[in-house]
Design a protein around this ligand. Structure first.
Ligand code: S3P
Length: 427
């Protein structure tokens, strides 16, 4: 039987990479970015920024961005293609909205089925003009303005993308843009803004709501950025080590942002032998190493309150649950239906194929762990979803490679080096 052994450095974090590029593009002058994730989603952001007149080039291993300022985007001569990337679309729609330019945004088949009105409704309220397909989808056209209104926005949905979209718009809005978040979401934009010394206020109120207050327009001074490793990518190998007997791995340089590592708490609660060592703070983010070794896992109940902090990790957590003793219940997964695929469906269909007892009850998934014993190959349907492809590639470690993943190419959306890193740990 295979096992995972050794130490690797995980690729740069996807959420931080998008933000490093966009905030550098909105600064005035030159920023060098190291350890930027090189993946299809990040390419989408690079290409969209280039089409908006931002010069970006790679010199050796360093990406260099020549920012034109918070009001420096030029009207593009072609549609801005966001590919598969929801983060590119939602963040960039916000970023261009407070510039006096007209932009059309397009995306691939999957992205064209994902809601954009969650962002544009807010931007329309403050004066942007937007035309969406079927009132919700890409392709869309947005006419921005330098005179968008400063306003207090109260976030109803927990979404870091929507929050970041308003923040990026607010950087070039005259006056006070205020955002109240009832449920905290990943805060990479705010951390990077602090690192860049952008003068904004942030406080946690008595009722635990977070309030962010910007007072634009801003001139952002460029500052070099180093991107920490992606905890969501690390999650695949961590679960791989936990379920594969004899494994012990060490993953280096991982972002330990509290809004991103709730999955480690869950895996520890399941009995996972995981050690986290915080080493430094880099560009506003805590960074450290993670050790994980084979463990006998047990089922747990995962409260719906945690869902914003586990949103990208449910597919790999469901793999851990499939190999745990007893029942795991993952609650409050409604938002999973709006990801790169309907992830509730993608998880349930594929685990069922492997004779795992899995049921979907409304927005919850229940999984009874069981040893998988396959007599013949089974095809896993990824629905073009990178996280489904990687999750079942990990399960394949204990299935003697009997799982045929229908589309492994989609992995390059977030982690082109996945196979290479997995092979390193297998040696
Ligand atoms: C992201 C936010 C999350 C996450 C996505 C990346 C971000 O989406 O699922 O992969 O970088 O802001 P939501 O904002 O829709 O929760």
């Amino acid at each position: 039987m295979v096992k995972l052994k050794g130490s690797i450095k995980i690729s740069g974090d996807k959420s931080i990479s998008h933000r490093a590029l966009i905030l550098s593009a909105m600064a005035t002058g030159k920023t060098k970015i190291t350890n930027l994730l090189e993946s299809e989603d990040i390419n989408s952001t690079i290409n969209v920024l280039k089409s908006l007149g931002v010069k970006i080039k790679k010199e050796k291993n360093i990406w260099v961005v020549y920012g034109n300022g918070t009001c420096g985007f030029l009207e593009p001569t072609k549609a801005l293609d966001c590919g598969n990337s929801g983060t590119t679309a939602r963040l960039m729609i916000g970023a261009v909205s407070s510039n006096p330019i007209r932009c059309s945004f397009v995306g691939d088949k999957s992205l064209s089925k994902r809601s954009m009105s969650r962002v544009t409704k807010i931007l329309e309220k403050i004066g942007a003009q937007v035309n969406l397909t079927n009132y919700d989808y890409l392709p869309l056209i947005i006419s921005g303005s330098e005179n968008l209104l400063p306003r207090h926005h109260i976030m109803i949905k927990a979404s870091a993308q929507v929050k970041s979209s308003i923040i990026l718009a607010g950087l070039n809005i005259k006056g006070k843009t205020k955002i109240t978040e009832k449920i905290k979401t990943r805060d990479h934009t705010e951390r990077l803004m602090k690192y860049l010394k952008i003068n904004f206020k942030m406080k946690v109120l008595k009722n635990n709501h977070t309030e962010i207050e910007l007072n634009g327009p801003y001139e952002i001074k460029p500052k070099n950025i180093s991107v920490a490793g992606d905890p969501s990518s690390a999650a695949f190998f961590i679960v791989g080590a936990l379920i594969t007997p004899g494994s012990a791995i060490n993953l280096k340089n991982i972002a330990l942002n509290p809004t991103r590592i709730a999955f480690l708490k869950i895996l520890k609660k399941m009995g996972g032998k995981i050690k986290i060592k915080k080493l430094k703070n880099s560009c506003g983010e805590d960074v450290g190493n993670i050790n994980a070794e084979y463990s006998r896992l047990k089922g747990v109940v995962i409260n719906s309150k945690l869902s914003p902090f586990l949103i990208d990790e449910y597919p790999i957590l469901s793999i851990a649950a499939s190999q745990a003793r007893g029942k795991t219940i993952m609650k409050g997964l409604a938002e999973l239906r709006h990801k790169e695929s309907d992830r509730i469906k993608s998880i349930v269909i594929n685990l069922k194929k492997l004779n795992i007892n899995v049921t979907q009850v409304k927005d919850n998934i229940e999984i009874y762990g069981k040893k998988i014993d396959l007599k013949k190959n089974k095809t896993i349907k990824t629905f073009g979803d990178h996280r489904i492809a990687m999750s079942f590639s990990i399960l394949n470690l204990i299935c003697d490679n009997m799982l045929l993943i229908d589309d492994v190419n989609c992995i390059s959306i977030s982690y082109p080096k996945f196979k290479n890193h997995l092979d390193k740990l297998l040696n």
